[in-house]
Structure formats: structure tokens, C-alpha cells
Design a protein around this ligand. Structure first.
Ligand code: ARG
Length: 463
């Protein structure tokens, strides 16, 4: 049997392989809500413009509502033979309301329909991701406030560099998440134009009110060029690009959690809630959730590059290639949503071993810069020279196997005779972090103020 929707010139239906490669219903069924909302808006507008009868429009609206509840209650049977969500819905509408259903597709095409549905879906997804990222930020801020004064080793090149506070480290991710949210918000702004009414590619001879459907669907305006409206997938690319950067950020924190929870460092503990055991090694406590967040980044970046490749070199206007936009995007963005939730959960759950962190912070002569700064400030020695003197003191301390703050003053004076007892006031890790009060620095005072500022901002957003 030929296809009911488009089979007029076909004597028979597609072959099995054709049907299999062509059908998108297995994934575009997730667009049902958006598809039904857009169809209702379209039918209302057609009736208002006198293009279809008011009675028919009413029947269409009722039928679409009935389909929505069928789908939501799991009673709808999706048919592969009907290819995609658009024809599944329209096919069922015909069964429910008969001939009136035939008016719905006036002055539209699946091309503007799918572009509209997918934009609406992407917009809903961006909104949900934004809420999730705000939750992640809140979790980070609460933990940061709790640990504003917890000293940990700050690293560069994975080498002990200078002591920092754990709260400060966590707030770095709050900044990243803020930029992530900004990127999603930017993408959302450009996304928010309605393709509906562009029809197949050229517009239509019917007197449509595209402003009306745009408004009803919450778009800012109708897309201005019908060819562009049906063939543009920038909104998906931009969202996936923002998602990729977000996933990269999450993977960095995930990697840190893996390192911190390793017995090799033992800086942080995760509870049973976010760890798993090994089936052979009874002592193990594996940070699987963090590892999976780290790994899911691959899917997100993969979806972005897959879609870039789909779009590359694609001539205007619509081509079936674009059907490949949905599966990867949906998979990637749901993986991202899960990753954000898991990271927020882990941040709340994790407990630093503050004693161990402090000890590690003091290892590796982490306060050497503080000594150099003291020489500059107290003895008015130029920094380059102070750096050199400090290097010699560190070498001496290291030979003696002593940390800087335990070094006898006499030993230091052999290198710089003017050094006084006052130097010990800057050599402890606590003094070191406390002194970093420059704007954006790691001092507990700064961290407390920043965390509170963010929490106030996040609280305000909610209302
Ligand atoms: N399932 C299709 C997609 O996702 C809908 C648009 C089909 N348009 C067409 N002219 N065959 O892209």
C-alpha cells in the first residue's frame, strides 16, 4: 500500500530497508508536545484568517488534545510506516475526527513543521539545563561557604604551587557555570524565531498571519526568509557548542574528584551514595559517577561534530540529511542534564579531609612565594633578587629535609643576614591564604563574600 500522506503518485509502499532508514519516529516521538502545540497554533491561525472553517479548526484542536493525552498516558501507538511524529499525529487525527483533519496541513510542510518543533524542543531543553546549572552553582556555593577557610594545595603543572582554599577552588566552577549559562542564553535569543509558515521552502500563496503563530508559540518573531527558516540548524549547533563547553567544564571537576578521592591523595571522600564497590577487590570504593561524567563529554562533543558534518556543504533548502540532527542532539543533551545533576549531587556529598589537605598544602615549599614577597616588602629587595634568595633558602631547607616554617632562623640568615623572626608570620599555609586578599584572590574572607554574593544572586533569580 502506498503512503496515505504522500503516496498519490506511488503505486506501492517503500521497501523494508527504505522504511527502516527513513523512519525517524523512534526518536522524533520526543517532539510530540511541541508538534501538537504548533499544529494547534497553525489551525487556529488558519481559521482566524478564514482559510479553513471555524468548525473544522475546533475539531482539529479537540482531536489534537485527545492525541496529547493518548501519548501522555502511553495509549498512543506509534507507527513506523508513518515515518515521523508529524505524520503519526496527523494520521491519528484523521482516525479521530475524519475529514476535518485534512485541512490541518494547509499552507505548511513537514519542513517548517519539523524546524518549528525542534526549535521549541531545544528551547525547552535550554530552559531545563539553565535550571540544572543554577542548582549546580548553588551546591558549589554552599560547599564553598562551608570550606572558605579550608586550605588545600593549589597546583600548576600538577605540582604543588601555592596554598589555596577549597572554597576558592569550588567557586572557580561557579564562574565557569555562569559563562555556560550565558552561552545557552545567547543561543536561546537567536533561536527564538518561528519557521512556521515558511512551508516547504518558498512560503505560501495563502494569507497567513505568521506573527500570530509566532506569538502563540512564544517566539519573538517569524523567521524572515523562508529558505533559511526551513534549512537553518544553527540553533542546534549553538546549543551543542554551549553544551560541549559545559561538558568540558564538568569533566575537569570530575577528573579532580577522581584524583582527590584516590587513596594516593586522599584529599576528599565521597559517600556510598556516589561510589561503587569492586566485585573482586573488597577494599575498593570507585568514583564511577565522576568517571562517567568525565566520559559523557565524548557524546556531547561527538554530537556537535556529527551535526557540523551533516550541515557542511548542504545546499538550500531542506534535505533529509537534516533528520540526522535530532538523535545525537537528544542523546547528548540528556547525557548533559544527567551529568549536571550527578555533579551537583557529588559536590553536595563530598567531604574534604581537612587535615590531610592542610598537610599536603604545606608540602613542596608551597609558601616559598610568601617568603619572597616578605623579602620584597620587609627588606625592600627587588622581586627578581628575592626570588633568587628564596630559591637558595628552599634548596638548603630541602637538603636538611625541613619545611620552610621549621627552618632555624640562623640557617636562613646564612643566606640573607637581614631576615628577622617576623618572617615566620608569613610561612604557614594559613597565613599564606589569609594574605591573598587581592580582588579575586583565595583569602577566606574573599571566598566567604563571593559565595554569599553568588547565593544572593541565585536566590533572586528564583523569584
Ligand atoms: N522527519 C523529518 C525530519 O526530521 C521531517 C521533515 C520531512 N520532510 C520531508 N520533506 N520529507 O527532518
Amino acid at each position: 500500500m502506498s503512503n496515505k500522506m504522500w503516496g498519490g503518485r506511488f503505486a506501492s509502499g517503500p521497501g523494508a530497508i527504505m522504511e527502516e532508514i527513513n523512519a525517524s519516529i523512534d526518536f522524533d516521538r520526543h517532539l510530540y508536545r511541541q508538534d501538537i502545540a504548533a499544529s494547534k497554533a497553525h489551525a487556529d491561525m488558519l481559521a482566524k484568517q478564514g482559510i479553513i472553517g471555524a468548525d473544522d479548526a475546533k475539531k482539529i484542536a479537540h482531536g489534537l488534545d485527545a492525541i496529547l493525552s493518548e501519548i501522555e498516558s502511553g495509549k498512543f501507538s506509534f507507527k513506523r510506516a508513518l515515518e515521523d511524529i508529524h505524520m503519526n499525529v496527523e494520521g491519528r487525527l484523521g482516525e479521530l475526527i475524519g475529514e476535518a483533519a485534512g485541512w490541518l496541513h494547509t499552507a505548511r510542510s513537514r519542513n517548517d513543521q519539523v524546524a518549528t518543533d525542534f526549535r521549541l524542543w531545544m528551547r525547552d531543553t535550554i530552559d531545563a539545563l539553565d535550571i540544572a546549572l543554577a542548582g549546580f552553582q548553588r551546591a558549589l556555593c554552599h560547599k564553598a561557604l562551608e570550606h572558605a577557610g579550608t586550605v588545600m594545595p593549589g597546583l600548576t603543572h600538577m605540582q604543588t604551587a601555592q596554598p589555596v582554599t577549597f572554597g576558592h577552588h569550588l567557586l572557580a566552577y561557579v564562574e565557569m557555570a555562569a559563562r555556560d549559562r550565558g552561552r545557552f542564553a545567547d543561543a536561546r535569543k537567536r533561536l527564538n524565531e518561528s519557521p512556521l509558515g515558511a512551508a516547504a521552502l518558498a512560503g505560501t500563496s495563502f494569507d497567513l498571519d505568521r506573527d500570530m503563530t509566532a506569538k502563540v508559540l512564544g517566539f519573538d518573531r517569524p523567521a524572515a526568509n523562508s529558505l533559511d527558516a526551513v534549512s537553518d540548524r544553527d540553533f542546534a549547533l549553538e546549543t551543542l557548542a554551549a553544551a560541549s563547553i559545559t561538558a568540558v567544564h564538568l569533566s575537569r571537576l570530575a577528573e579532580e574528584i577522581v584524583l582527590w578521592t584516590s587513596p594516593l591523595t586522599g584529599l576528599v571522600k565521597l559517600s556510598d551514595k556516589f561510589t561503587t564497590g569492586s566485585s573482586i577487590m573488597p577494599q575498593k570504593r570507585n568514583p564511577d559517577a565522576a568517571e562517567l561524567v568525565r566520559a559523557k563529554t565524548g557524546r556531547v562533543i561527538g554530537a556537535l561534530s556529527a551535526l557540523l558534518i551533516v550541515m557542511k556543504g548542504l545546499p538550500l533548502a531542506y534535505a533529509k540529511d537534516m533528520q540526522e540532527d535530532k538523535e545525537g542532539s537528544m542523546d547528548a543533551l540528556s547525557a548533559l542534564a544527567l551529568s549536571i545533576a550527578a555533579m551537583a549531587g557529588m559536590v553536595t556529598d563530598l567531604e574534604p579531609d581537612t587535615a590531610r589537605m592542610k598537610k599536603a598544602a604545606g608540602e613542596g615549599y608551597a609558601t616559598a612565594t610568601d617568603l619572597a614577597d616578605w623579602l620584597v616588602r620587609s627588606l625592600k629587595i627587588p622581586f627578581r633578587e628575592a626570588h633568587h634568595i628564596t630559591g637558595r633558602i628552599v634548596a638548603k631547607a630541602s637538603e636538611a629535609g625541613q619545611p620552610l616554617h621549621r627552618m632555624p632562623i640562623a640557617a636562613m640568615r646564612e643566606i640573607e643576614p637581614r631576615i628577622s623572626e617576623d618572617v615566620f608570620s608569613v610561612l604557614s599555609v594559613d597565613r599564606s591564604v589569609k594574605s591573598r586578599t587581592s580582588f579575586g584572590g583565595t583569602a577566606p574572607k574573599n571566598v566567604r563574600a563571593q559565595a554569599k554574593k553568588w547565593l544572593r544572586k541565585l536566590e533572586k533569580e528564583k523569584s
